[in-house]
Design a protein around this ligand. Structure first.
Ligand code: A2P
Length: 287
């Protein structure tokens, strides 16, 4: 698979999104973020998944600016954290992201978590920012079916994408099916289960059969399902390896055996977007 901006999925607003993203959570701002994103761009990633909450958009922005890759070949996403939804500074949060990322627009802006009583108002601002051209596409993260239904009932623009925790050990079949039915692209955070799925014997056996690493097998499983994975790594070798897509696709039987690994096991216990979001600020060390 050719990892360029052309290798993508069409969003419901007609725009294209590259089918593999590089995750930037947990990179320290400054040199660490700059080095990892530079390495990712050199490895072929064009889709960089950022968030105001990650606190490292300056470091990411330095890598984007120095990359020499034309802006229209990059796909840069960011998110608005809960506190900015609560205190009504959504627009300011986006302006800060743009400043630090050294960009004049984002390709994708996401509501980071569905803060009850707030996300409908946040969405109205997102629609406005899209009209103004500061962001091209708008979507959500950690929205389950009930949140999506509420958002879609009140909004003018349907969300283009939902970014959920999704990996072999946690597969939210209901939300995935709803997104497919409603033309919402599904994107996977912690696509490797924070590394926790890499030692699974079933995945190990498939990896040996393909002469690939377990991470490459899990990434292929996501991509073959039409899900966009955003694997993270600080390690240059692993950043490059994760960008190398399988030449031979997984067979139906291999896909089915990975599907069967679902344990409903999140990487952080106790997260329920339905009840949890307002408290996330105080629990931010978990992320
Ligand atoms: P590291 O940064 O040392 O490479 P997820 O994307 O599911 O959140 O998983 C991220 C975790 O998986 C990180 O701890 C990362 O560690 C590790 N990781 C990423 N890619 C690989 C890989 N190819 N092999 C082993 N571990 C990996």
């Amino acid at each position: 698979m050719n990892l360029t901006i052309e290798s993508g999925i069409e969003l419901n607003d007609g725009r294209f999104i590259p089918r593999l993203a590089f995750g930037t959570f947990d990179l320290a701002d400054g040199d660490e973020a700059t080095a990892a994103v530079t390495c990712a761009i050199e490895a072929g990633y064009r889709h960089i998944d950022c968030a105001r909450f990650y606190g490292n958009e300056k470091g990411v922005g330095a890598a984007l600016a120095a990359s020499g890759v034309p802006r229209d070949e990059l796909f840069i996403a960011s998110k608005v954290w809960n506190d900015r939804q609560i205190d009504g500074t959504v627009r300011e949060s986006v302006e800060e992201s743009l400043r630090d990322l050294q960009l004049d627009h984002l390709d994708l802006l996401l509501i980071h978590w569905p803060v009850a009583g707030k996300f409908a108002g946040t969405w109205r601002i997102f629609e406005q920012l899209r009209e103004e051209g500061l962001v091209r596409s708008i979507g959500v993260s950690n929205f389950r079916v009930t949140h999506l239904r509420e958002l879609m009932a009140g909004g003018n623009v349907a969300p283009s994408l939902d970014q959920m925790e999704h990996h072999p050990y946690l597969q939210d079949a209901g939300t995935l099916a709803f997104c497919r039915e409603n033309d919402i692209v599904y994107e996977a955070w912690s696509p490797l289960g924070r590394g926790g799925c890499l030692d699974d014997p079933v995945i190990g056996e498939i990896a040996r059969a393909h002469g690939a690493s377990p991470a490459q097998i899990i990434i292929a499983w996501h991509v073959q399902h039409g899900v966009i994975p955003l694997p993270r790594s600080k390690n240059p070798e692993r950043i490059r390896a994760n960008a190398r897509m399988l030449v031979e696709p997984l067979t139906e039987a291999e896909m089915a055996s990975i599907n069967a690994l679902d344990k409903g096991k999140p990487v952080i216990e106790g997260i329920d977007p339905a009840n949890f979001a307002p408290y996330l600020n105080s629990l931010s060390s978990h992320f």
